[in-house]
Design a protein around this ligand. Structure first.
Ligand code: GLN
Length: 446
């Protein structure tokens, strides 16, 4: 009740929720009370959280931030939603996001932009900006999110929260609306690494309904939180501290690295030589996959349908033209072009080859180090509207996060101070399936 009242009072200033499901939350809370009283309390019994509006929720509108799905009420729950319900969590509602998770500022949402609680003239990052803002404004202690190229970590960095993108395949994508299937991964945004670890332990797990799920049994990601990090080898990639990085942001990250040295860690200079190819490769692969995934929104089975279509072609064209916003249309056009006959080898195949080289960079680096650290985003939160007219400057927001999705590795962002009163995020990249250690490293700093 306290959080529902807080959302009602404060969220008009932030716009971090698309739907608040108060009655449902109170019913779930009552059920949690009963379970607590009976002594049968699961892991997150009664803990109030919120879900990014990309996860299907049975009986609750799931819009994906799009006019296309403004009227879509799924008849089933995503695996992630099921997992939280089984763990006794209470869902307060669905959080705002960039349309179909395409964006880095939350300005492409059909429901209007989210404002950063640290300065409401600035963006909270994206695409999981609603989840990050809701946690930052203390409207909920944790929220689910998704990360295709940085959408958990970059908003966490811009709002002083902690966000974890797990190893690709850890968290089931079943019922999570697809953007780029080979990159999409669900994960938590919370206040601390400890809270994020508790949430991830509930989110992750085996699911045969998602063919790319790693089918690993549930794990307790809090198990290593308190271990010493003496002797830890931290790789510091030179490519993450070059041109394009705001210098005050770089100073905050360097100060965090110095703290790690005091905790007994050793800094090791490394190189990830194909870093500069990550954004270009991503902007072929992600739109290509998106153009295929979004072909299902045809105005026939569900979602927006135009008025009085003249014929089938008119139905498709107007339903999609009206239902999708500008950025989504741009991605579909780029992806369709990259996959078309004659261009496939030049763009899509080439990008897949580059992806392999990027992955190889990390494999080689992890032969020498235990974790890799650097900035999450090149600068603190920017002003609303500042990058909207220039898609390429927006795409460069993810210059330090995108390679990790291409490689399928786990990574997280945690707060490491402020620049002019605006939060800065430290990114920790873990080795494949090494989330427990990554969270341990984050927890020791916090
Ligand atoms: N900003 C990137 C994009 O627009 C990443 C988004 C994401 O991770 N979902 O594609």
């Amino acid at each position: 009740r306290q959080l529902l009242a807080r959302i009602q009072q404060l969220d008009p200033s932030y716009n971090s929720f698309i739907s608040v499901t108060a009655d449902r939350a109170l019913a779930q809370a009552a059920a949690a009370d009963a379970r607590l009283a009976s002594g049968d309390a699961p892991a997150l019994c009664g803990v109030p959280i919120a879900h990014k509006d990309i996860f299907c929720t049975n009986g609750v509108r799931t819009s994906c931030g799009s006019r296309m799905l403004d009227n879509f009420v799924p008849p089933y729950d995503a695996a992630v939603i099921e997992n939280f319900e089984q763990a006794g969590a209470v869902s307060l509602g669905k959080t705002n996001m960039d349309e179909f998770a395409m964006g880095s500022s939350n300005e492409s949402s059909f429901y209007g932009p989210v404002k950063n609680p640290w300065d409401t003239s600035r963006v909270p990052g994206g695409s999981s900006g609603g989840s990050a803002a809701a946690v930052a404004a203390q409207l909920c202690p944790g929220a689910t999110a998704t990360d295709t190229g940085g959408s958990i970590r970059q908003p966490a960095a811009l709002t002083n929260t902690t966000g974890v993108k797990p190893t690709y395949g850890r968290v089931s994508r079943w019922g999570m609306i697809a953007f780029a299937s080979s990159l999409d991964q669900g994960g938590p945004i919370a206040r601390t690494a400890e809270d994020a670890a508790l949430m991830l332990s509930v989110m992750a797990g085996s699911d045969s309904r998602d063919s790319t799920n790693l089918q690993r049994p549930a794990e307790n990601f809090t198990r290593a939180l308190h271990e010493s990090i003496a002797g830890l080898r931290i790789g510091v990639p030179k490519e993450y501290f070059g041109e394009g990085l705001n210098s005050a942001t770089g100073d905050r990250v360097q100060a965090a690295l110095a703290e790690y040295e005091k905790l007994g860690a050793e800094l090791v200079d490394i190189s990830l030589p194909h870093t500069h190819l990550a954004v270009p490769a991503y902007y072929v692969i992600a739109p290509a996959e998106a153009s295929a995934n979004l072909s299902r929104f045809d105005g026939v089975r569900y979602g927006h349908r135009c008025e009085n279509p003249a014929d089938l072609r008119d139905l498709y064209m107007r339903s999609r033209g009206e239902g999708f916003g500008e950025e989504v249309q741009r991605r579909i056009l780029v992806g369709t072009y990259a996959l078309s006959a004659g261009y496939y080898d030049a763009y899509y195949n080439k990008a897949q080859q580059v992806r392999r080289l990027i992955k190889q960079d990390f494999v080689q680096a992890f032969e020498k180090v235990d974790v890799i650290m650097g900035p999450t985003a090149p600068s603190p939160a920017f002003a609303l509207g500042a990058k909207q007219a220039d898609p390429v400057s927006m795409y460069l927001e993810d210059i330090y996060t995108i390679a990790i999705n291409l490689a399928g590795l786990p990574a997280m962002s945690l707060p490491c101070g402020t620049v002019d009163g605006l939060p800065v995020g430290l990114q920790i990249i873990g080795n494949y399936l090494d989330e427990a250690r990554m969270l341990n490293v984050a927890h020791r700093y916090q």
